[in-house]
Structures are given as structure tokens and as C-alpha cells.
Write a protein that binds this ligand. Structure first.
Ligand code: HEC
Length: 147
């Protein structure tokens, strides 16, 4: 996969903006703040999943796994080259090993999608393993690409 240029990312954001209220439009300059907020939403979602596993609440597990899958699918668009400046913990390895970074995002997307499917199929016995696999993808990416 090729590295997205700022121009490509900006034009995809402009397209998105057409369907969104202006206030939620992430301007290119805000890309670091936007991605950090999305990651914090991931933590909220993963905590909700862990609590829901204790209660066998499969619907909550599925909907929160969807949130993580959706962000993981978009995540790399929020790391344009040059966005390693300012208040960010993004490591230079993201851009020097773009293939590895996109693969790590794909791993998270796949683990989240799988957990959502298991929950929708009523596979209660698989929830802990599915959760562990998903949490492992967060940790593994952070170890290589986040300070
Ligand atoms: C493909 C790589 C990757 C995956 C997968 C990933 N993260 Fe991250 N995460 C990052 C990077 C890079 C940053 C640093 C972003 C920055 O500071 O600009 C980050 C930052 C964060 C932060 C800090 C946000 C802040 O306020 O500064 C949290 C919390 C977080 N991630 C949680 C998670 C959780 C939970 C998951 C799994 C569900 C996850 N991440 C999956 C790469 C990843």
C-alpha cells in the first residue's frame, strides 16, 4: 500500500465534510488532536467490552467492537507525513515502516471485526479469547509505533 499524501488525505476529509456538520470537520491541522480523541474513544469502547463480558451482554460487546473496527479501518488516514510534530506520541517508525504500521492497523480491525461477529453469533465461550486478541493488537502497535 502506498503512503497517503497530505493532499489525498485532505481531499478525503473534504469529501467527508460534505456529509457532516461543519463543527465535526477535522481540519488537517487538527489531525493529531482528532486521532488522539479517537484513540481515547477506543479505550472507552474496550472498557465497555470488558465490563460487558462479565455480564454476558453480547449486544454491547458487538457495538463497541464495531466502533474499534471502524476507527482501525480509518486510522492510517490520520497519520499524514509530517504529523509527528507537536503534542504527539507518534514515532518516526510509522512513516519509515508504513507497511508495518498499516498491517498493525489491519490486525486491530480484523480482531475487532471477529469479536463483533463472535458476539453476534452468541459465542459466549469465545469472548475472553476474542477480547485478549483485540487488546493484544493495541499493545503490539503501541510497542512499535507509539512513544
Ligand atoms: C496501528 C497502530 C495502533 C493500534 C492498532 C492502536 N493504537 Fe493506540 N495509538 C497509536 C499511536 C501511533 C498513538 C499516538 C498518537 C499520537 O500521540 O499522535 C496511539 C495513542 C493511543 C492513546 C493515547 C491517546 C492520547 O490521548 O494521547 C490511547 C489511549 C490508545 N492509543 C489506545 C488504543 C487502544 C485501546 C487500542 C486498541 C483497541 C489502540 N490504541 C490501537 C497506534 C495504535
Amino acid at each position: 500500500m502506498t503512503r497517503p499524501t497530505l493532499a489525498v488525505i485532505f481531499s478525503s476529509l473534504v469529501l467527508t465534510a460534505a456529509t457532516l456538520p461543519a463543527a465535526t470537520f477535522p481540519a488537517a491541522a487538527d489531525v493529531v488532536e482528532t486521532r488522539k480523541q479517537e484513540f481515547r474513544n477506543n479505550v472507552t469502547a474496550i472498557k465497555a467490552i470488558r465490563a460487558a463480558i462479565g455480564e454476558d451482554d453480547l449486544a454491547t460487546i458487538a457495538s463497541n467492537a464495531d466502533i474499534i473496527a471502524s476507527w482501525s479501518a480509518r486510522m492510517t488516514e490520520y497519520f499524514p507525513e509530517g504529523s509527528d510534530q507537536g503534542k504527539t506520541n507518534a514515532r518516526a517508525e510509522i512513516w519509515s515502516n508504513w507497511e508495518g504500521f498499516t498491517a498493525a492497523a489491519r490486525d486491530a480491525e480484523e480482531a475487532a471485526t471477529k469479536l463483533a461477529a463472535l458476539a453476534r453469533n452468541g459465542e459466549i465461550a469465545q469472548m475472553n479469547a476474542g477480547f485478549g486478541a483485540l487488546a493484544g493488537t493495541c499493545k503490539s502497535c503501541h510497542m512499535s509505533f507509539k512513544n
